[in-house]
Ligand binder design. Sequence first.
Ligand code: FES
Length: 155
Amino acid sequence: MTSESLHPVPGPARRTVVAAVGAAGIAVALTACGADDKASDSVGSGDGGSGGKSSGGGAGGTELAKTADIPEGGGKVFADQGVVVTQPAAGTFKAFSSKCTHQGCAVKGIANGVITCPCHGSQFSATDGSVKKGPATSALAAANITVEGDSIKLA
Ligand code: FES
């Protein structure tokens, strides 16, 4: 009787400790599983849902240049974006594809309201992209830009 009554004291205490560790272990395991599920969920929906949206929205906010970078009567070619931005009149900015409609060279010099292709000498209007001089026969494609303050952005 005496020995039996002594044993239960350390017994439950030890079991309590074990149980607590066990519960903590389970909690950690559950947390890990939950985190995994959330991570894979958000990756999955992010790919499908927001991928297209964010690239569309991002393009609108891409600053191409400062208005001060574009000389009046001239312009500037942005090779990475494939566009040429001109300022045919003070405060008026235009943008066109920098790809020559003749054989696809990148246009280069912009001066006196004329965009010139270095390959075969075609010239285009810096105001509307129309052909000023062949061999190109069609106008440069217009590109959409927006001017916000002193910032020119690709639309
Ligand atoms: Fe531009 Fe020929 S490719 S003039």
